[in-house]
Design a protein around this ligand. Structure first.
Ligand code: AQP
Length: 337
């Protein structure tokens, strides 16, 4: 179904706070791995961020931080298209078309909305509810065939496929690709350091539950030292991590940071106590994150340069998006002058 489409990657991160190790391992590191394999379009999805309240000045800083994180981790603005979503108005325009394609029943099944809205569903923004249809527009506006995401976004990519299929069926037009989610590697779901059953999030309540990409060595060491674990040492085999979510999380973080399998981590540390493993994990995390955080700080010292990079990326994004939006309007029957 996607074979007639040029292979193209689209993904994004919302600037709803500082970047976490979850964003890095579950998304950015994998974005970098796909660069050069096919055309890559990476977005800072600022319009998704405002589905919950954002302080306007902090939103601008967070948008630049995500862009700096992309570049510091190895995304090259000459090889990938890097931009922020709100500069390409076609996202919002196609999002509206998809609001008219997606069904309320589909939206009602979105678990992320249920998690985020909790018992407060009557009071959250309409944007938070419609978020997955804007996300479908982000992806399909570029006829993206591949979307690297963490496990938490799988349901939204499946909804994107449903929207594309319904649009193609309703308008008898084989126009949108049925996009493949790309969810692979050992850290597609990095968990909260204080509760191994919850994912690590930018906007989680306590800073101690996450590693931020901009944390310094002392903070990283302190957070891993205080990370919740059970009292048992590491097992002798990977299977021994079953039903030990916190222990498994730390092993998987180590594996993802060091490009090895979790099985190989256990083979290196069979039966190790936390007094041995946690400092080794902290040292590894610092070794991998410090060069990136140094570069992020350097880039963020020159916000005008980041803004120029995002603006140039938006021009390139628009050149792909606008003809696809125009064609969509035509298929739907919206009259153009
Ligand atoms: N803990 C995680 N493990 C693996 N991948 C993760 N991602 C986020 N957290 C983890 C992946 O990062 C990409 C960007 O996500 P996002 O920022 O757009 O949305 P999110 O998943 O809602 O991220 P947060 O950090 O949880 O933000 P808040 O707290 O503001 O809602 C996605 O590919 C996501 O899978």
């Amino acid at each position: 179904m996607t074979s007639q489409f040029t292979p193209r990657v689209f993904s994004g991160i919302k600037p709803s706070g500082g970047l976490t190790l979850g964003n890095y391992l579950g998304a950015i590191k994998r974005f970098v791995g796909m660069q050069g394999q096919m055309e890559t379009v990476y977005c800072v999805v600022d319009m998704h961020a405002i589905t919950v309240w954002q302080d306007p000045a902090e939103l601008k800083t967070a948008t630049r931080e995500v862009a700096a994180g992309y570049i510091a981790a190895g995304l090259d603005p000459t090889k990938s298209i890097l931009f922020n979503q709100s500069q390409v108005s076609a996202h919002a325009e196609l999002g509206w078309i998809f609001n008219c394609v997606a069904r309320v029943g589909w939206m009602n099944r979105m678990t992320q909305f249920k998690d985020k809205a909790g018992s407060n569903a009557e009071k959250v923004s309409l944007g938070l509810y419609a978020y997955p249809s804007l996300m479908a527009a982000d992806i399909l506006l570029y006829h993206a065939t591949h979307v690297p995401v963490g496990e938490d976004q799988k349901q939204h990519v499946e909804l994107t496929r449903d929207i594309a299929a319904k649009f193609n069926h309703d308008f008898k037009a084989d126009f949108f690709p049925i996009t493949d989610p790309v969810i692979d590697g050992p850290a597609t779901r990095v968990m909260n350091l204080r509760d191994g059953t919850k994912k690590m999030s930018k906007s989680g309540e306590s800073d101690m539950e996450r590693i931020n990409m901009l944390d310094d060595a002392d903070k990283i060491a302190k957070k891993f030292k205080k990370a919740k674990t059970d009292p048992e040492p590491l097992p002798e085999t990977y299977e021994g991590l079953k039903d030990r979510p916190e222990a498994r999380n730390l092993v998987e973080i180590y594996a993802a940071l060091n490009d090895m399998t979790p099985e190989a981590v256990i083979a290196e540390y069979p039966g190790a106590g936390w007094g041995t493993f946690k400092p080794a994990l902290a040292d590894l995390a610092v070794a991998k994150l410090a060069p990136m955080s140094d570069e992020m700080r350097r880039l963020m010292d020159d916000p005008a340069e980041i803004d120029r990079t995002l603006m140039a990326g938006a021009d390139r994004a628009r050149a792909i998006a606008q003809p696809i939006l125009e064609k969509t309007y035509d298929i739907v029957g919206l009259l153009r002058g």
